[in-house]
Design a protein around this ligand. Structure first.
Ligand code: HEC
Ligand code: HEC
Length: 334
């Protein structure tokens, strides 16, 4: 709480220096442009991409990473809480995988340190892909094209779960979204945004949203309480960061979500409780800052948020090597 107050004061003091000339040089902003990513190891990325799209890493043979983090839909499933194995409704909203390499840690409560640590989780989560690491590996091991591709990347005939998660993480690192209109504006293209969108950005800064949503990902870099000024009402049982630290002071602290591509990643909040950006912005203003925006102000902030949509991942759809006679069969219904 006190550090938020201080941050707000610093922002209030600094953000308007030089506003008169309408951000001629758009430097020293609390948000920085996203840099394009150049993969050091394209072969590993290709393997990771196949695994990301391969539903045979699930018990049902039907659910892939892309089922819940659909790269055609902003890296999310656009439903309140995800549907997993056996039509199990999950407990929490699926965050986007776009720009997730910039997160301080993975998951709403930060329980996985990085993308590789995260990637093993869904495969053997009974409510997600419902499989075991051993069976997932035995599926891959039964497919000669996969064995060859693992061998050329890792030098061994024996596929391991560690290699699987390394490859998936290498692919995920490529899922950055540069070149949003907002980034073009940050880099000096003053025509990239409309007056209305710039007004929305000013409101976003002045109101204090940037105390928590800042940096290149406009979030993702800290844990903050949901409900600083007023408690957030939800029937979702998630406790947030305290589930990891065991510290009661961390109760209801969540990783601040990135606002990059937020136009695509509805519904919002860990419980999927806000269906629209309008709702999400009003709730944030009320519970985090004790503010009430007029409809016009809300619309300006929403207009600004929509300028954060960047280039979506674009690649050739991976074609997966077929199963063989010895591949374990899908078990969709138990
Ligand atoms: C059944 C739906 C489902 C499937 C399948 C699934 N995920 Fe997720 N994913 C989620 C949900 C829900 C969360 C949030 C869980 C939490 O925070 O407790 C999540 C969180 C993540 C995150 C963390 C993002 C962040 O901002 O914290 C990453 C990265 C991710 N998943 C990648 C993957 C990968 C890679 C796969 C495939 C191996 C995968 N997911 C499969 C639903 C799914
Ligand atoms: C005190 C820190 C803090 C402040 C200030 C803050 N936010 Fe947030 N924001 C969060 C956290 C934490 C979440 C996730 C809460 C949850 O899901 O329970 C979040 C979630 C969001 C989301 C939903 C993103 C998603 O993918 O689910 C939007 C949109 C958003 N904030 C916009 C704003 C706007 C606009 C403002 C200013 C009016 C603002 N925030 C102020 C911390 C903050």
């Amino acid at each position: 709480m006190p550090n938020i107050r201080i941050a707000l004061a610093i922002i209030a003091a600094t953000s308007f220096a030089g506003t008169g000339l309408a951000y001629a040089a758009n430097h020293n902003e609390p948000i920085q442009p996203i840099k394009a990513f150049k993969a050091k190891n394209p072969a590993l990325v290709e393997l990771g991409k196949k695994l990301y799209f391969d539903p045979r890493l699930s018990k049902s043979g039907f659910i892939s990473c892309n089922s819940c983090h659909n790269l055609s839909m902003g890296g999310t499933d656009n439903i309140k809480t995800s549907i997993g194995h056996n039509w199990h409704q999950g407990p929490i909203n699926a965050p986007t995988v776009l720009n997730s390499s910039m997160n301080v840690a993975q998951f709403w409560d930060g329980r996985a340190a990085d993308l590789q640590a995260q990637a093993g989780g869904p495969i053997d989560n009974p409510g997600e892909m419902g499989f075991t690491h051993e069976l997932a590996v035995s599926v891959l091991q039964s497919i000669p094209e996969y064995v060859a591709e693992f061998k050329s990347n890792f030098g061994s005939d024996k596929v391991t779960i560690d290699e699987v998660t390394k490859a998936i993480a290498a692919f995920e690192e490529t899922l950055v979204t540069p070149n949003s209109r907002f980034d073009k504006w940050l880099m000096g293209d003053n025509n990239a945004l409309t007056k209305n969108e710039i007004a929305g950005y000013k409101l976003f800064k002045d109101s204090g949203c940037v105390a928590c949503h800042n940096g290149p990902a406009v979030g993702g870099n800290s844990y903050q309480k949901m409900g600083v000024v007023e408690p957030y009402k939800t029937d979702n049982p998630a406790e947030g960061r305290s589930a990891v630290t065991g510290n009661d002071a961390d109760r209801f602290n969540f990783k601040v979500p990135t606002l990059r591509n937020v136009q695509l990643t509805y519904p919002y909040f860990h419980d999927g409780g806000a269906a629209t950006l309008k709702d999400a912005v009003n709730t944030m203003a009320r519970v985090q800052l004790g503010k009430k925006f007029t409809d016009d102000e809300n619309a300006q902030i929403v207009a600004f948020l929509k300028t954060l949509t960047g280039d979506q991942p674009s690649f050739k759809l991976p074609i997966l090597p077929p199963s063989t006679d010895s591949t374990p069969r899908p078990q969709p219904f138990n």
